[in-house]
Design a protein around this ligand. Structure first.
Ligand code: DQA
Length: 147
């Protein structure tokens, strides 16, 4: 069975209440429920983690291969723009990594226009709200199947 890890970065635990005009009204639990249903339909085993801590996210990525994951779907949130450590962990992990964002980072403040993650991700999906996650999960499943 395919095994995929979903990582939600900092402040995504606040979805639903956090700047709904930008991030939408769905809570993280609702997004996770949709992902779980999609995974079940596609016979994929999904583990979902959220952390506000950079080191913990680095650890999750670093252990993913040993824990038999074949792909990682990650919204690095604010660490997208700041974290060399998360980027290096992704570059080192040897797995299919897809980066997602709820918002289109290029239509927002200039400091969000640079992603340190995109150059080391297989691809990036952004701007479609919660749909970015379901599109990203489909992409990873297709890529694992094509391997
Ligand atoms: C985000 C975009 C980031 O710039 C921001 O820091 C987030 C969420 C998104 O999903 O749109 O926390 O990754």
């Amino acid at each position: 069975m395919k095994k995929i890890l979903v990582i939600h970065g900092p402040n995504l635990d606040l979805l639903g209440k956090r700047e709904p005009g930008i991030y939408g009204r769905l809570t993280l639990a609702e997004i996770n429920r949709t992902l779980k249903a999609q995974a079940k339909r596609d016979k994929v085993s999904l583990a979902i983690r959220q952390s506000n801590h950079e080191g913990l996210i680095v650890d999750l990525i670093g252990r993913a291969r040993k824990n038999k994951f074949q792909g990682i779907l990650i919204n690095p949130a604010a660490y997208t723009h700041t974290s060399v450590a998360v980027r290096d962990a992704i570059a080192a992990c040897g797995l299919i990594v897809v980066e997602v964002h709820l918002s289109n980072i290029y239509s927002r403040e200039e400091f969000r226009h640079k992603s340190l993650i995109s150059p080391v991700a297989k691809g990036t999906i952004m701007g479609f709200g919660a749909k970015s996650y379901t599109l990203g999960l489909s992409a990873i499943i297709d890529l694992i199947e094509a391997k």
